[in-house]
Design a protein around this ligand. Structure first.
Ligand code: HEC
Length: 146
């Protein structure tokens, strides 16, 4: 009886443990996707495919600033599994990864400030910096889709 109980308990512990690595990758992917949902409408305005509304743009830029921080709370060491596109270099080159993250955060700060000023030229410039920071990090640290 005891042995069976122990086996059951171990099984109960082992099952979530086997999937534990999936969790951070899923959580950060969701957070990245949520950020993208705010980033895309800003891009529509910047590319003049949607009308510019200062208040709305300002709010969205502020939301982007907040959402951009979230995914980076979910990169525990070597959390690659399942469909994760994270490259091992994230953890073998942590200073470079952090510099890429900081570039994104700084760019979203600049975009939020530009949005507040309402100056379209600096909005476009800051938006371009955000987009560039996504690409720089993806090129270095995101692998192909699985
Ligand atoms: C500092 C690095 C870094 C920056 C900056 C960054 N990303 Fe990513 N992004 C990643 C990594 C790594 C993944 C893969 C995560 C995984 O699958 O575990 C990812 C995944 C994503 C995903 C999930 C879907 C997919 O393609 O895997 C989206 C959407 C995304 N990023 C959008 C963006 C956008 C938009 C920006 C800029 C506004 C951005 N990212 C900036 C590193 C970054």
């Amino acid at each position: 009886m005891n042995k069976i109980l122990t086996a059951l308990l171990l099984a109960a512990i082992a099952i979530p443990a086997a999937h534990a690595d999936d969790a951070p990758a899923e959580v950060r992917t969701k957070a990245f996707k949520k950020m993208l949902l705010t980033f895309e409408p800003l891009g529509m305005v910047v590319r003049e495919r949607a009308p510019y509304n200062k208040t709305q743009f300002e709010q969205q830029a502020e939301t982007l600033r907040t959402l951009a921080r979230e995914p980076f709370n979910h990169f525990p060491a070597n959390s690659i599994s399942g469909k994760s596109r994270a490259k091992p270099e994230i953890w073998s080159q942590p200073a470079k990864f952090q510099a890429n993250r900081d570039a994104l955060l700084k760019a979203t700060d600049n975009l939020a400030a530009a949005a507040k000023s309402g100056d379209l030229a600096s909005i476009k410039k800051s938006y371009g910096q955000v987009a560039q920071s996504c690409k720089t990090c993806h090129d270095a640290f995101r692998g192909p889709e699985k």
